[in-house]
Design a protein around this ligand. Structure first.
Ligand code: AR6
Length: 170
């Protein structure tokens, strides 16, 4: 099945969904942007579980392009799915890794039984991915990924990002 794609302009930490995707870094221990906002609003339970993951399965961190779930703490969601986008590079095409973030997040969502999943524009902030291309990869990958997720909601922080995604969704 292909999920319905919806677009919202706003703060992803204010969304109600089964799973909220975090644009994390491989340390899983927090940062700025979406990551900072999720840990701030979700509270310490998320970080505690991330630390446990670092002490067990992901001793060297979560590799770029992969995804892992934790509790959503105090967010209005059951899970946070942390994924690590690639840093944009002019020298190297890393779009496969960015596509993998969406595919792997949906795979984890399926494992959990999540039906509604909210995504930010992974890599389009601190990691420097050009917005139009980030939107194209996000939408194309979700459309090409078989999943039981019923709704993929892209939550875009500002109007520019919202419009970039709206052009892709058509
Ligand atoms: N809700 C929705 N979108 C947001 C929010 C929010 N609360 N805050 C920012 N955005 P970024 P990245 C937008 O930088 O590029 C962190 O330090 C933002 O405008 O959060 O994948 C991590 O720890 C942009 O369009 O993620 C990593 O080190 C998009 O979300 C690194 O940043 C993604 O921006 C990850 O960088």
């Amino acid at each position: 099945m292909t999920p319905v794609i919806t677009l919202v302009q706003g703060d992803i930490t204010e969304q109600s969904a089964d799973a909220i995707v975090n644009a994390a870094n491989s340390s899983l221990l927090g940062g700025g942007g979406v990551d900072g906002a999720i840990h701030r609003r979700g509270g310490p339970a998320i970080l505690a579980e991330c630390r446990r993951l670092r002490a067990s399965t992901y001793g060297e961190g979560l590799p770029t392009g992969q995804a892992v779930a934790t509790t959503a703490g105090e967010l209005d969601a059951r899970w946070v799915i942390h994924t690590v986008g690639p840093v944009h590079s002019q020298q190297e095409d890393r779009s496969g890794q960015l596509a993998s973030c969406y595919r792997e997040s949906l795979r984890v969502a399926d494992e959990l039984g999540a039906r509604t999943v909210a995504f930010p524009a992974v890599s389009a902030g601190v990691f420097g991915w050009p917005l139009d291309d980030a939107a194209r990869i996000a939408v194309e990958t979700v459309r090409a990924t078989p999943t039981s997720v019923a709704e993929v909601r892209f939550v875009l922080f500002d109007q520019r990002a919202y419009e970039a995604f709206a052009r892709q969704v058509g």
